[in-house]
Design a protein around this ligand. Sequence first.
Ligand SMILES: [Zn+2]
Length: 388
Amino acid sequence: MSDTYPIAPHGGTLVNLLAGADDAANLAAEAANLPKLVVNERELSDLEMLATGALSPLTGFQGEADYVGVLDDMHLASGLAWAIPVVLSVGDDDQHRVGGADAIALCPAEGAEPIAVLRVTGQFKRDKYKEALSVYRTDDLEHPGVKAMYDSGDTCIAGELEVIALPGHDDFGNYRLTPAETREAFRQRGWKTVVGFQTRNPIHRAHEYIQKCALEIVDGLLVHPLMGATKADDVPPKVRMECYEALFAGYYPHDRAMVSVFPAAMRYAGPREAIWHAIARKNYGCTHFIVGRDHAGVGTYYGTYDAQKIFGEFESAELGITPLMFEHSFWCNKCEGMGSPKTCPHEADDRVSLSGTKVREMLSNGERPPQEFSRPEVADILIAALQA
Ligand SMILES: [Zn+2]
């Protein structure tokens, strides 16, 4: 198994922070005597991604130089491109309790066994106002990512991670492939080019269409749904997975497409998160990455194509992975097929286009949206979930 097939990870080496069996036993024994810190759901997602190399080249929670570099100009202190801070923040009580320690045992929940040891390299004050404006382009607390950031502690503890065990999950076991495992899956399938698709939603015809447009020019498709924390009104992970399975069963070629879980928490940081998502997918082995309209956006905080434009702020070699930009797509009755403003010359009246609000209203009334908008199998799953 090669670390660099089919594309080198960000920074060149696929990080693996998970200890082998002997080392894990020693680490667990050491952790038993260290001050303990419970990490929140979002930071636990980051810990899992750090452990498996999804955030290569990071080997722990970021220190101040990296943090400031990311906020100021989207680069690590090493000069490598990076768009979203990955930090461990603690409130005042925890800071007083563990702030002076050289090593801290990190626990996934109150009373749970430690799953990692953090070798502390420093601590610094989290500049929340600056982070809000630079990463989220707003300090509005109505923004779910800004809110989550302001809800976290004021002090960041930086350090290198040594991981005893990955966070446990009781769902999607077969779909939780690490970057080393997706790379191996691509190798086994002989895919030399792979396009990654990020989603936190059920997939309707428009997104199926852009995935398949992308698949026309590469060897394989990785549908990579984000399954970490999302906002409360997003469709729950279990329901989404049922939708993906129904789509794959009926409409996707199994030798050309696969689904795996992306364990990240959602930031809703729009353009910057698009860059971060792309870099992480490169670590999973994707050579291409789909960037649609309003990628990782929420509300009206970002322009429709801001997440595509931001790729222009980097030299293409800096990111390595190739972004594939798509416009809004739809079924057109005159074309008798899917298209976009780029490929369909017809009027709005000829196009099957529904607002998110309208779709939710139809589904809650037990009504399928038109099959040109949503596959009936997917619609039925969403209807059943809304009526449960
Ligand atoms: Zn048309």
